[in-house]
Design a protein around this ligand. Sequence first.
Ligand SMILES: [Zn+2]
Ligand SMILES: [Zn+2]
Length: 112
Amino acid sequence: MICEICKKIFKTFSSLKKHVNKNHINITFEKYCLKYLIKDINEQYCELCGEKKRFIGKENLMYKQYCGICAKKSESFNQMPTGRRFTMLDCRLKELKKYLKSLCSNQEAPIL
Ligand SMILES: [Zn+2]
Ligand SMILES: [Zn+2]
């Protein structure tokens, strides 16, 4: 691992991180990563909504997968027991059927 600013060599990523935080105070470690380590600048934005994501700063994980809001959304759905997930979808389906029925009954001569 080499510090791209002063070309000092480090054994681990975390010692490089400490070094940048301590010695290059005019640049945050996040900015350092964006400038020298992350190839895709879009990495810092949430792929679902485009919001800026939280910086983690690990060698294999620079940013969270989603922004806080999207992570919460996907988490609450993923953590739902499978059974409940189906019930939820089933409820939606019933609502939809009811809605379609009401649409049809409102028409004097249904097309179908
Ligand atoms: Zn340095
Ligand atoms: Zn998002």
